[in-house]
Design a protein around this ligand. Structure first.
Ligand code: FAD
Ligand code: DLZ
Ligand code: SF4
Length: 510
């Protein structure tokens, strides 16, 4: 036999480099559902079902195309439980001359695969810049500013360009991305995909094997094939992209997706292609169907942020996983798993995360992320939570967003200042506060919004560090102007609130 192609669960792309190298007539593709990948963080039930159902459908599509396939199901009695174990089992049975695998998206798995004799790792060409290209870009720069990286990526891909100038006249329409949806405006409903027999079998498997994992398995309406993911994409381009730009930072009670794409899970597993998606968004703008702030805002997220965080991940691993610049040590509160908190904003974010394995960016960053930052929760524990609960979570993208962007635990690699905010920000961008047991306008006492005193407590705890940060200077000066009595009140309110937090059980707390 010639070659064995190991194809991972988030490599479900027809144009994958390992498949492009292979010969369907001779080579064998190995795919495996394994306990190690399913269990290294306690994944949301919907995420598990999504990954396994998409894997099984992709395998079926490869078979139809004529590939020879070796597919291990989670329940196969011979299943060794790990990808390397499955590789060795296949090697023993098939005696391949060579093993090929496209680079995995995680340091942990890369280390394991790099140690397998006879295995060649091929570049993951689904991204628009490779780790070496990013390293070259980053070399010699004191700070990695996403904006400059993004402009270079625009020039490199020619997306939204008129000659050497940005289309529309500006590189970035961020200032037009902060509108609040007027009352009565309705967001488009996501398309729902009825589970077929393959998916129903997976749903039954997940229910049986992972009964205690976080999250609602039903209703399950995610796309698990490329054709359906493309339908979801087209629905977004037609119905939500036109307003994506205006309401990118808004939050609404009980409206999990608003005008966001809900496409990261399909991009990250390989069912959609990022460059193709960006080109389609540009076509919508050029045809006059969407405004520039939407097309540019959307393309910026994929071409800029998505590629940039991947570059940062590979540049800084494995140290990045242990980063804890602010020395945050508090355990993760139980309400991250139960939603059992009086803070209406946090409760809504957790409850919809439990229902959909989804929350949009501002909820992740400015509600659950902001709370963890202000409360000083251990970054690694927060990382495990984000990895587990979102259907789009893979370490290369989740970790820099959590440890860097949300928690500032990397000391400023991802951003020049922490994304810390008091209740006023959440109030401005959402309708949560009106129905909350806490009062967003109150600064002190048991009825005050906890984000208000926790914000100042956070600034006070890190005063000396932040005093050295140019962008935090004005905030530190505001703190310094407070009376000692006011500072003592902030400390007392924060201690009362934080001491009352119930830590999640050890199973969920590392
Ligand atoms: P939209 O808001 O519609 O954005 C469009 C696309 O842009 C997304 O599909 C995504 O591919 C890309 N994108 C947007 N923002 C980012 C970003 N900051 N980093 C990378 N890509 C981005 N994204 C993930 O894909 N997986 C994760 O595990 C993940 N974890 C996160 C954890 C935290 C703490 C934070 C603050 C953000 C995280 N993000 C993650 C980034 C972002 O929140 C999600 O990509 C986005 O919410 C996915 O929903 P959407 O498809 O509706 O995106
Ligand atoms: C996320 C995931 C899960 C839950 N299960 C599997 C699996 O059983 N088999 C597999 O090949 N891949 C799985 N994955 C995706 C891998 O964890 C993924 O390849 C790494 O996270 C690297 O991005
Ligand atoms: Fe969240 Fe504070 Fe508003 Fe309540 S009052 S919803 S805790 S920001």
């Amino acid at each position: 036999m010639a070659r064995l192609i190991l194809l991972l669960g988030d490599q479900l792309s027809a144009g994958l480099s390992s498949l492009a190298e292979a010969d369907p007539a001779e080579d064998v593709v190995l795919m495996a559902e394994v306990a190690e990948e399913a269990g290294y963080v306690p994944h949301h039930k919907k995420k598990l079902a999504f990954v396994f159902a998409a894997m099984r459908h992709f395998a079926e599509a490869l078979r139809v195309e004529g590939w020879q396939l070796r597919y291990t199901r989670l329940d196969d009695p011979e299943n060794s439980g790990s990808l390397v174990g499955e590789l060795e089992r296949a090697r023993a049975g098939l005696a391949p001359d060579e093993i090929l695998c496209t680079e995995p998206g995680e340091w942990r798995l890369r280390q394991a695969l790099a140690a397998v004799p006879g295995l060649t790792l091929l570049p993951d060409t689904r991204f628009l810049i490779d780790p070496a290209g990013f390293r070259a870009w980053a070399q010699g720069r004191r700070q990695l500013r996403m904006e400059y990286f993004y402009r270079d990526m625009r020039r490199r891909t020619r997306l939204l360009m008129e000659g050497d100038k940005p289309a529309g006249g500006e590189w970035n329409y961020d200032h037009d991305n902060r509108g609040t949806p007027p009352p009565g405006i309705t967001a488009p409903t996501l398309p729902a995909f009825e589970p077929d027999a393959i998916t129903r079998e997976v749903l039954e498997l997940v229910e049986r094997r992972f009964p205690d994992n976080f999250g609602d398995l039903h209703p399950f309406a995610l796309a698990v094939t490329r054709a359906d993911a493309e339908k979801a994409r087209d629905h977004f381009l037609a119905h939500a992209l036109p307003r994506f730009g205006d309401y990118q930072d808004a939050m609404r009670l009980g409206a999990p997706v608003l005008f966001h794409a809900h496409l990261a899970l399909y991009l990250n597993i390989g069912l959609l292609d990022p460059l193709d998606l960006c080109r389609r968004a540009e076509v919508e703008w050029r045809a006059g169907r969407v405004p520039i702030n939407s097309a540019e805002g959307f393309i910026r997220q994929i071409l800029g942020w998505r590629e940039c965080v991947r570059g940062i991940y590979w540049l800084h691993m494995p140290r990045y996983a242990e980063a804890n610049a602010l020395e945050a040590r508090r355990p993760l509160p139980e309400f991250y798993w139960t939603g059992d908190t009086d803070m209406a904003c946090v409760r809504d974010a957790v409850e919809q995360t439990r229902a959909h394995a989804y929350a949009h960016h501002i909820q992740r960053l400015m509600v659950t992320g902001n709370f963890a930052l202000l409360a000083g929760i251990d970054p690694y524990l927060v990382h495990v939570w984000y990895m587990a609960v979102y259907a789009d979570a893979y370490e290369w993208v989740e970790m820099p967003n959590t440890i860097g962007m949300a928690l500032f635990a990397d000391g400023g690699i991802m951003g020049s200042k922490p994304y810390a905010a008091s209740g006023a920000y959440i109030d401005r961008m959402s309708d949560y506060c009106a129905g909350c047991r806490y009062k967003v306008k109150l600064k002190a006492g048991p009825d005050a919004c906890p984000f208000n005193y926790l914000y100042w407590d956070f600034v006070a705890r890190h005063r000396d560090r932040f005093a050295r940060n140019q962008r935090m200077g004005p905030i530190v000066r505001n703190l310094d102007r407070m009376t000692e009595a006011r500072k003592a009140e902030i400390r007392a309110d924060s201690a009362r609130f934080l001491d009352a937090l119930v830590p999640a059980g050890s199973r969920w707390n590392g």
